[in-house]
Design a protein around this ligand. Structure first.
Ligand SMILES: [Fe+2]
Ligand SMILES: [Fe+2]
Length: 275
């Protein structure tokens, strides 16, 4: 049997994607497809794991035994999401064990604003470099970041790589619970005079950081992802969907949506997938 050339592979893949069919095995991938897929899935896997580590102290510092259990559950969910994603990567030949051993997913940066910098060579979305110092931070992370991740997941749930879609279904449900946990607490803290101002301050910190994760409008990378069926919408569309939902919740809970303007130098070239 003659060997399939890269050109033939690309053509077959393009045909498949045009018909709306999904990729199941590595044999069906072009080099370009595989590289972008591995990159996006690594971003997700690293973000899930770094996210879990950031929550760990709040198992012990939570305000009640009930919350200790809830935070433990959230940590377990995020570790599971990471594990599931690394297993998919393993199936594509990614050296997961070496990668795990050579990175510190617990690394955090103590700065108010790190723009788009990555503090190390893992691929987590850079919001996961900020420490979660207070219960308000933890709650706002659920409220903003889990919500932002949920909007990104919408695209991944029906992307062109079938094994990824399959795991997204379960991940999405768990992320929705994290977000609901955030909503419950934001409503409670914002509705109480004694805690309202601190809730607003935490929102002022986490909202702009979350708005920065979606990537630039019309980014060239986003166009490639869309061509490959790994994304469906422009980064800006996802951001605006997120912003509208936060606005509605804030009106309901009596919080002011902080100002946010796109600062080119602070915009990620690439969008984040989930966390
Ligand atoms: Fe989450
Ligand atoms: Fe997650």
């Amino acid at each position: 049997m003659s060997k399939v050339t890269e050109r033939e592979r690309e053509e077959r893949l393009a045909e498949k994607l045009t018909k709306g069919e999904k990729v199941i095995s590595v044999d069906e991938m072009s080099q370009e497809y595989k590289e972008h897929l591995v990159h996006l899935m690594t971003m997700q896997a690293d973000s899930e794991l770094a996210g879990a580590y950031g929550y760990v102290p709040w198992i012990m510092k939570s305000p009640s035994i009930q919350e200790t259990l809830t935070v433990s559950q959230i940590v377990k969910d995020e570790v599971r999401h990471g594990r599931v994603m690394y297993r998919l990567l393993e199936g594509l030949g990614f050296p997961v064990q070496d990668y795990y051993e050579s990175h510190n997913f617990n690394l955090r940066v103590n700065e108010e604003d790190i723009g788009t910098q990555r503090a190390a060579d893992d691929k987590r979305v850079n919001i996961f470099y900020y420490p979660i110092d207070t219960w308000y931070d933890f709650i706002m992370f659920n409220f903003c970041m889990d919500r932002g991740a949920g909007h990104q997941l919408e695209d991944a749930k029906d992307c062109s790589y079938k094994p990824w879609c399959d795991v997204m279904e379960g991940i999405f449900k768990e992320e929705a619970m994290h977000m609901a946990h955030g909503d419950f607490w934001v409503k409670k803290l914002a509705g109480d005079k004694a805690t309202h101002d601190e809730a607003q301050e935490a929102l002022n910190r986490w909202y702009p950081r979350t708005m920065n994760i979606f990537g630039r409008q019309n980014s060239p990378k986003n166009k490639i992802y869309r061509k490959l069926g790994l994304k469906k919408r422009d980064n800006e569309e996802v951001r605006q969907t997120f912003a509208l939902e936060v606005k509605q919740r804030c009106q309901e809970f009596g919080l002011a949506v902080p100002d946010w303007k796109p600062v080119e130098s602070k915009m990620l070239e690439e969008p984040f997938i989930p966390g």
